[in-house]
Design a protein around this ligand. Structure first.
Ligand code: ADP
Ligand code: ASP
Ligand code: MG
Length: 411
């Protein structure tokens, strides 16, 4: 018998009517004979609302209580979907993270799943033909008995990890687009849906800003070999399309050098002026940031003539203030003349496995951006991608430019 995990994101469960529509998608699979576990997100906008309430209550809130608050959104939709399924005559029950249980680390707000106990869910399939409706995003840190959440977009990861735990044949991620596109279809209307995308490319796309899947869900799909599809919840439940399969590189026919363009406006740039150009300075700058758990992304160092240098790097916008405070405290040990920061920057990236075997791909991109008058503040490259940091105002122009340059626009 087929065993499936079906995940529905926030827009797909935004109100009771849409939850009823989701129930029809689930019923289709149950009628076809599958055992189904469903993972749901909170209704669109709910998690933002709950998070904002925490901030309003106290700017420096207790992360453990934040998790108790924001996990509430998924509790509501899990219960509602179970009700909607029962209404269609499909046996169903809800499972909260602590009930399954989905066990996690204690990194509140960004917890990692350590294990999922699938036995009771499987028993429900076997004994009662019962659909398990699992609240996404949330888990339990068993030693402390506290509720945790997996970080924004974490229901994707709940779904893939659950699919691995119950040994599902497939994990279907239903969302408000009908698959993974060459870039965000909301920004570039000519973006094309891909039939398939390689794990490595999807990992880069997700980590460079394409929020269609949470990065950790792609990692989990790769590690546990879960066939994962991204597809639309707005398809007719009786006649759905197949979406995009995340798969191994060898299983892809179409070969393009660049397969996708991603962008992130969630960036901040920090520049330290006149730092001594000598051994140990980079460590003095980046160690305190690392110790505080601040992720540094792009780094550019410009050597001056008098043994002094300027150092520019980026952190996520959310960590900007924290990074600035840490560096100001460490001013004496680092030794710099001034610190400047900018929040109005964006990172635009081109991704493709084909870059491994083609030279000059990034250079063409830089040229095309220059022709549009877009100034590049920093660059990073790896084997299968390059990223540029630019003024946020030029984000869309840069994405359009690269998308067209690499032949990704619809014909
Ligand atoms: P959900 O609530 O279902 O989890 P998300 O909003 O998290 O949905 O992710 C879906 C959104 O991701 C789409 O509406 C789309 O705007 C955005 N997106 C960004 N990049 C891409 C891409 N390359 N392909 C498809 N969607 C993308
Ligand atoms: N509701 C959570 C969020 O908005 C988790 C998710 O939707 O995946 O981030
Ligand atoms: Mg999402």
């Amino acid at each position: 018998m087929t065993r499936l995990v079906m995940k529905f994101g926030g827009t797909s469960v935004a109100n009771v009517q849409r939850i009823r529509n989701v129930a029809r998608h689930v019923k289709r699979e149950v009628d076809a004979g599958a055992d189904v576990a469903v993972v749901v997100s909170a209704m669109a906008g709910k998690t933002d609302e709950l998070a904002a309430w925490c901030k309003e209550a106290a700017p420096l809130y207790d992360q453990r209580e934040y998790d108790a608050v924001v996990a509430a959104g998924e509790q509501v939709t899990a219960g509602l979907l179970a009700i909607a399924l029962q209404q269609l005559g499909v046996p169903a029950r809800s499972w909260l993270g602590w009930q399954a249980p989905i066990l996690t680390s204690d990194a509140h707000g960004a917890a990692r799943i350590t294990s999922i106990e699938g036995a009771k869910i499987i028993e429900g399939f076997a004994l009662r033909r019962e659909v398990a409706v699992v609240a996404g995003f949330q888990g339990l840190h068993e030693p402390t008995g506290r509720i945790t959440t997996l970080g924004r977009g974490g229901s994707d990861t709940s779904a893939v990890a659950l699919a691995a735990a119950i040994n599902a044949d497939r994990c279907d991620i239903y969302t408000d687009v009908d698959g993974v596109y060459t870039t965000d279809p909301r920004v570039v209307h000519k973006a094309r849906r891909m039939e398939r995308i390689a794990f490595e490319e999807m990992l880069e796309m997700a980590s460079l800003g394409a929020k269609v899947l949470q990065v950790r869900s792609v990692e989990a799909a790769l590690v546990h070999k879960v066939p994962t599809y991204v597809r639309s919840s707005f398809d007719d439940p009786e006649r759905p399309n197949s979406g995009t399969l995340i798969c191994n590189e060898e299983d892809i026919m179409e070969t393009k050098v660049v397969t996708g363009v991603a962008f992130s406006r969630d960036e901040a740039q920090i520049t330290l002026r006149r730092v001594a150009d000598k051994p140990g300075v980079a460590a003095a700058v980046f160690l305190p940031l690392a110790e505080a758990g601040v992720n540094v992304d792009m780094i550019v160092q410009v050597a001056g003539e008098d043994a002094m240098t300027d150092m520019t790097f980026t952190v996520s916008a959310a960590e900007f203030e924290r990074a600035r405070t840490i560096l100001e405290k460490a001013k004496d040990s680092i030794g710099y003349a001034s610190l400047t920061g900018a929040n109005d920057v964006a990172k635009v990236s081109a991704i493709g496995i084909g870059m491994r075997s083609h030279a000059g791909v990034a250079a063409e991109g830089f040229k095309a951006l220059a022709e549009k008058g877009i100034n590049i503040r920093a660059i990073t490259t790896s084997e299968i991608k390059f990223s540029v940091l630019i003024d946020a105002a030029y984000t869309e122009l840069a994405v359009h430019t690269l998308h067209a340059l690499y032949g990704l626009d619809k014909g």
